[in-house]
Write a protein that binds this ligand. Sequence first.
Ligand code: GLP
Length: 277
Amino acid sequence: MARLNLLEETRYEKLPVSVYGSQQEASLAVAARIAKLIRDKQSRGEKAVLGLATGVTPIGVYNELVRLHKEEGLSFQNVITFNLDEYYPMKPDAAQSYVTFMYENLFSHVDIDKANVHIPDGTLDKDDVVAFCLNYERQIEELGGLDLQILGIGRTGHIGFNEPGSAPNSGTRLVTLDDLTRSDAARDFGGKANVPTKAITMGIGTIFKAREIILMAWSKKKAPIIKKAVEGEMSGEVPATYLQLSDHVEFVLDEAAASELTRFDTPWLVKDCSWED
Ligand code: GLP
């Protein structure tokens, strides 16, 4: 269970926020929580069901998990994973696919059973997408739900690929990407025109059901959307604001991503300050 905001200076913040001195320090802390979950489950003979994200943001966490596997014997044999999303259409062996990303950054370097890896299938025939999505939800449910979902955030406020307009109870489905999201992905695809217009994503409702949710964000680039997600009114315009309703979510930020929050940007609104010339 995440900590409540007990500090006066966090009173504009509608969900628990932890701010770390650096992205590296924050990534190590998140990786340590994941490793503890995996080991606790192992000691009880249970599976750990993880919801995983792509993007630059979680790379430090994956690097640390690989290190823990190689140097400290952390095993992934009891781990089952479900990735948030995949572009559509997308071949799994394409350089930009989330399958390639996950194998390069995590799965190829740990002892996870590949049969336990689930990533939305970007090669499906359009007629098969709905059945695939329902099955993705069913598989998660049959395993007892996600123990932990990690998230990044897009500049539109998307989590997974739940773009503005997504419903709070949405499930896994095919979506159309926001123009800003496609611009942000343009570099990976050698131009925006090459970025797929669609994706398959877990829904907000799917994410919400996870027993623990950790959203990470680093750098100044994310500061404006973090301010909206943490302090703004809940709205489909910024899908991440729906996380404000969860009592088991935590935002893990570096100082730059947190810099527009009231307690850092205008601290005199939330605590006593001594004024200088
Ligand atoms: C993509 C992914 C999201 C991710 C977001 C942010 O759109 N579908 O899951 O959170 O990008 O990416 P980055 O971490 O590279 O900033």
